[in-house]
Design a protein around this ligand. Structure first.
Ligand SMILES: Cc1ncc(COP(=O)(O)O)c(C=O)c1O
Length: 357
């Protein structure tokens, strides 16, 4: 069986060694020693100033939105995982969908301005598959209209754009460390921001808004445990090797699934990618279903990612049509990609795909 991803796991003895300390200290959660160590190591690896390790990559979206301190409309992308839209609705904002561009599938920065109203408070966009949004243009628009910028960078761990960590763009960026991600802590996430006052606010949000007996603000349980931090500490030393192996798998796919037949997202120049996903765009939805079923019949599970276009969610119909996103989401299939794969796996998958279309 080949799933769309297979989580990297460090040598078991390295994880057990980390746990031995916990059996001595009995300090299992609440900003423990391993959580703090992971945060320091991640800051050093990513070269960022402020970072919090959290329970997942969804709660950080909620924390980022809460920090806006007001409600209103959020300009967002229809081509993302449902967590992006959910967080907006959950926090009492109205998502306003702006279509994506057909090259990298990120929000089309040229269409943002016409969606801004008096109620707009922020732009929340996703670096789709880890490919950067047009961060320069989005920042110019945000500055012009006094809007905040939040990036859902769930896929973007380790991606650099023009020599800078992608996670360092925007007022706030968030990341997911879920088991399916390039760098993972089983469940987990993180939040990044440059502003120290805003960071202090997010720090309090993560722990119910209080420090000891002093209560400062509303808050939530955004914490993560020592067990999850231990997994992160064990995985981090392997991250460069993980990314290199994923790059190799993508190259194997590239040599078999030509760009002329299979459209793929193309990142902005200046991007150094983390090989988080290998999506292909099939000619139409019928071809996608054929390929998906053919692979499944051989116990190979590709994933429709992202589907549906979020402006077409059954519980929240966006008022805006997003034809590019609606079209791409019907044709986009993410193929299996993990450090465990070899060239024969890629060959088998590619042959099945070519045969079924
Ligand atoms: C774009 C995007 N945002 C947010 C999330 C949510 O992350 P988590 O599963 O860690 O809560 C995901 C998860 O896959 C995602 O793909």
């Amino acid at each position: 069986m080949l799933n769309v991803t297979k989580s990297f796991l460090p040598p078991l003895d390295e994880y057990i060694k980390k746990l031995e300390g916990l059996w001595k200290s009995h300090w299992l959660t609440n900003n423990g020693i391993l959580v703090q160590e992971l945060e320091e190591k991640l800051k050093a690896y990513l070269g960022v100033k402020n970072l919090l390790f959290t329970g997942n990559g969804t709660v950080v979206l909620q924390m980022a939105l809460k920090a806006l301190g007001e409600t209103g409309e959020i300009i967002t992308t229809p081509f993302s995982y449902v967590a992006t839209t959910n967080a907006i609705i959950w926090e009492g904002f109205t998502p306003v969908f702006v279509d994506i561009n057909p090259i990298d599938f990120c929000i089309d920065a040229d269409k943002i301005e016409s969606a801004i109203t008096k109620k707009t408070v922020a732009i929340m966009a996703t670096h789709v598959y880890g490919n950067p949004c047009n961060v320069e243009k989005i920042q110019l628009i945000a500055d012009k209209y006094g809007l905040k910028v939040i990036y859902d960078a769930a896929h973007a761990f380790g991606v650099t754009y023009k020599g800078k960590q992608l996670l360092s763009y925007g007022d706030i960026s968030t990341c997911s460390f879920h088991a399916t991600k390039v760098f993972h802590t089983v469940e987990g996430g993180s939040i990044f921001c440059k502003d120290d006052i805003l960071f202090e606010k997010l720090f309090l949000y993560r722990q119910f808004g209080h420090v000891g007996d002093d209560y400062f603000s509303v808050g939530i349980n955004g914490k993560n445990s020592e067990f999850h931090a231990a997994m992160g500490l064990c995985n981090l030393p392997y991250i460069d090797k993980i990314i290199l192996k994923r790059k190799k798998v993508c190259e194997w796919y590239n040599s078999r699934l030509s760009d002329e037949i299979f459209q793929k997202p193309v990142a902005l120049p200046g991007t150094i990618y983390n090989y988080a996903y290998y999506p292909i765009i099939l000619p139409d939805e019928k071809a996608l279903l054929l390929v998906k079923d053919k692979l499944a019949s051989e116990k190979i599970f590709a994933r429709r990612y992202f589907y549906p276009s979020l402006n077409e969610l059954p519980f929240f119909k966006g008022r805006e049509a997003c034809p590019v996103s609606e079209n791409i989401s019907k044709r986009s299939l993410s193929l299996p990609l993990s450090t465990e794969m070899d060239e024969t796996d890629v060959d088998t998958i590619s042959r099945l795909i070519i045969k079924s279309i």
